[in-house]
Design a protein around this ligand. Structure first.
Ligand code: ARG
Length: 585
């Protein structure tokens, strides 16, 4: 099924050519979903934009378009409104036939893309031996959802975890490892440092208080860079420890990632600097090698440098990202590279992209894009902290969500005098608890900050995961109650919708592809959340007004088909957000 909006666009384009000639073949018909349902389902705004070039009144232009337009196979006669809007209303017959045509299809009519791309999504990317914080949680959740949506559309997605696994801090960490765990490198037993953050703090403390320790740390950095075996082994060990901790979070969140940390690009760093030099882009500034940026100035108005090699010869975060960018384009053959990090790194990426562009490393066919997101705030509106003022550990945050989801559920079971198995309770608490955290994050426009509230995200009402999960459960309940096999209900059915709430729900179901297409373009998963929220609302409105199991045929089957479609759309949509559904809750 080609999205209705695409078909309409083609028709309006053809009408433009028929009315005004071939010069308008490339003109965008400016077709969008109607701003207000009372004007129909779609509107074309092109007449207004043509008033100037055609030197005619927009209304007159609209009339000529409509005179050349035939959409009778799916719309009522187009209406011209206001200064020259052309409004389209889908016919009932079209809606019924569209829905019939996708009854047996798991993709619910959303086609795979014609030209799949190779897409790199760089997300999560925490730092070794440091705490994975809520910022990384956002990156993980948003990045995963973007990856899922692109994969669903048929793109070839490479999910990369650009972990911070290199840098001078390892000198201090390795020195402390040798001091605190002298046998770590020689015993066969797996080392368990436990709390790596506490380990980091202690190492830092030793570094700050003891000159000998500092010197030893500097030596370790030299050894690490020289790839001395013993030091590399210690580094590996620390990475292993972190990896294990990160993996627990990924397992809990059901996230899959390929680790390719900063250290992976070490061998490519000297080449970045050498090539920038060859291109004449490199300049020395106080002993450091840098590229002077266009459009970035310091306080006194001078161009700001991007350092790519420090005066001590070391490389930095920017050098690594330049090397990574080249690798992803040249070796991974990426067509689109997406970086999901907090907004604070916007300048970093703008600078890296500028240097890579000026160096000619980004072909015109390749799109590199930073996908920024805002802060997670506590209920006080400030950056999320624990009561004692520390950064919140992700593990604790997720455990709390799980615990609360469980407590809510147990209360509900108690109130309803229901008895359920331990297994049931575990599963529901997990899906609701983790789903609530993910959904709370994804449902906000990622560019804004949001207030983290367990109460809000776990509420059964409002734009929350539990509300959507509950709508799904409610529909499964209808099938159980009526002993209806949703798998077979629709086959060969003659659908007939006459009630306004039925039609509104059916149209909404049919617009899933448009929503997913929009997310593909602007990488805003909150659009999909909003779509699913409206779907649940429209379903509830329909279900309040229209009897289903008690209805007579053909309404009964048509309505059961609508129920089934709603459930399947919810399931598919939620899966693209990384949230599974429950049959009962
Ligand atoms: N490790 C970085 C951080 O924790 C994020 C890395 C993002 N990806 C990148 N290619 N720079 O802030």
């Amino acid at each position: 099924m080609k999205a209705t909006i695409e078909q309409l666009k083609k028709r309006v384009s053809a009408a433009l050519v028929a009315a005004f000639g071939d010069e308008l073949a490339e003109t965008d018909p400016l077709l969008v979903p109607a701003s207000n349902p009372k004007f129909g389902d779609y509107q074309a705004n092109v007449a207004m934009s043509l008033a100037k070039p055609l030197k005619q009144q927009p209304r007159a232009i609209a009339e000529q378009i409509v005179a050349n337009l035939d959409v009778s196979d799916f719309c009522e006669a187009p209406q011209i409104a206001g200064p020259g809007f052309i409004n389209f209303t889908l016919t009932n017959a079209y809606i019924e036939s569209q829905l019939s045509s996708i009854i047996g299809f798991a993709r619910l009519g959303v086609e795979k893309i014609d030209n799949p791309q190779r897409v790199v999504v760089d997300f999560s990317s925490p730092n070794i031996a440091k705490e994975m914080h809520v910022g990384h949680l956002r990156s993980t959740i948003i990045g995963d959802s973007i990856a899922r949506i692109l994969e669903f559309l048929g793109h070839d997605v490479l999910r990369l975890n650009h972990v911070g696994d290199w840098g001078t801090q390892f000198g201090m960490l390795i020195t402390y490892l040798r001091e605190a765990y002298p046998d770590a490198l020689t015993t066969a037993d797996a080392l368990d440092i436990g709390d790596l953050v506490a380990f980091y703090k202690k190492a830092k403390q030793r570094f700050d208080e003891d000159e000998q320790f500092r010197e030893a740390s500097r030596q370790e950095v030299v050894q690490l860079q020289a790839k001395s075996e013993d030091t590399l082994q210690a580094w590996q060990l620390l990475c292993e420890q972190s990896r294990r901790e990160f993996q627990k979070i990924y397992d809990l969140l059901d996230i899959h990632l390929n680790e390719r940390g900063e250290s992976f690009y070490n061998a490519y760093l000297p080449e970045v600097v050498a090539d920038l030099d060859k291109l004449g882009l490199l300049e020395e500034d106080q002993g450091a090698q840098c590229v002077f940026l266009e459009g970035f100035t310091n306080k006194s108005g001078d161009p700001q440098p991007l350092i790519v090699q420090k005066s001590d010869g070391g490389y930095n975060y920017a050098t690594t990202d330049l090397a990574a960018l080249r690798y992803r384009i040249d070796k991974d053959r990426a067509d689109r590279i997406i970086y999901v990090t907090d907004m604070g790194q916007a300048t970093h990426f703008a600078q890296v992209f500028q240097v890579a562009t000026r160096a000619g490393w980004i072909p015109e066919t390749v799109e590199v894009v930073h996908v920024p997101f805002g802060l997670v705030q506590g209920e006080d509106g400030k950056k999320l902290k624990t009561r004692s003022g520390e950064t919140v550990r992700l593990r604790d945050l997720l455990d709390e969500a799980l615990g609360r989801a469980r407590a809510d559920l147990e209360q509900r079971l108690h109130d309803e005098s229901r008895h359920e198995s331990e297994e049931f309770i575990d599963r529901v608490a997990e899906v609701v608890g983790i789903g609530a955290v993910k959904y709370a994050d994804l449902s906000q426009n990622r560019t804004s900050s949001y207030i983290f509230s367990y109460d809000k995200m776990l509420a059964l009402q409002g734009n929350t995961a539990p509300y959507l999960l509950y709508a799904y459960v409610r529909i499964q309940g209808i099938s159980r109650k009526g002993d209806v096999d949703f798998g077979h209900i629709g086959a060969g059915a003659q659908l007939k919708f006459r009630e306004e709430t039925e039609l509104a729900l059916a149209k909404h179901i049919l617009s899933l592809g448009e929503t997913i297409g929009a997310v593909e373009a602007d990488l805003l998963p909150n659009r999909l959340c909003q779509y699913l929220f409206e779907l649940s609302q429209k379903f509830n409105q329909f279900y309040d007004r229209c009897p289903v199991l008690q209805a007579k045929e053909p309404e009964r089957t048509s309505r059961l088909v609508l129920c089934d479609f709603t459930a399947r759309t919810l399931k598919l949509g939620l899966s693209l957000l990384g949230i599974p559904v429950l049959e009962r809750m």
